[in-house]
Design a protein around this ligand. Sequence first.
Ligand SMILES: [Fe+2]
Length: 298
Amino acid sequence: MLPFIQRPQPTPPRSLPDPGFSHPCVTNESQAPARRGARILTLLQLTDPHLFARGRDQLLGITTSQSFKSVLQTALASVPADALVLTGDLVQDASVAGYRRLRRLLDATRVRYDCIPGNHDSLNAMQQVFGTTETLPVSFRRFGGWTLIFLDSTEPGHEGGRLGATRLALLERILMADTSPAVIFLHHHPVAIRSRWIDGIGVADGAALLACCDRHARVKALAFGHIHQEFAQQRGGYLLLGTPSTCLQFKPHQDRFALDDRAPGFREIQLHPDGVIQSRVRRCETYPERAIPDAMGY
Ligand SMILES: [Fe+2]
């Protein structure tokens, strides 16, 4: 039996001004009663930074350390964050130094953060820097009246992901344990996004994951990385949310690998006490670098 574990509790959250969402990306209806005294919590999802051991190294023309710093600064300047979640492909070259670079940047924010691995990550190097909690197959933690669930969707030696029966059974157990609204984070996308090349390397058993979520009204969103582009879809009572990379972007709706010239970005997720989610993507429009336009892959 694979282990799952409750991640440590965060420090008490700070007060939060009105978010002023003029263009919420998507919302869904509440099924959870509001807790007295509870307030809106803000998560910032940053994904696919693809850092290197050396800060000056580039991925197809993007200095990934610089673009990550710019997105992180923009994110933290735009909204008081209660937590950061990094959804994989943290380091491109499997270097311990790359993870150390990431940890230094995250620790400096003084905001609670959680990480999960992606297909480009080295679990061994990641564990050396972050410890073993961040690489558990399935884990969760309380976040105000919400539950955040973290799935490792990676399959060693494969670009695509797979959860498998054991991880899905652990997820089911967590979801059956109480009724608090929940957000699930994983690296790979569990649903087709109409790009044939990357739809071939999503979660192979994404349909089983979605079937599991369909059985639990407490699931309010699945948020993932991997696709390096914005994506949002409502499925029953929950949202499927894909998020731009903090470095290079993939062009939507392509049969073959193609890069986009859109700016790097992140996703802001607001969790209301009554179980409603509001979410939107923000981009770092002033970041000057763009990826090499005719690259065939990386
Ligand atoms: Fe990636």
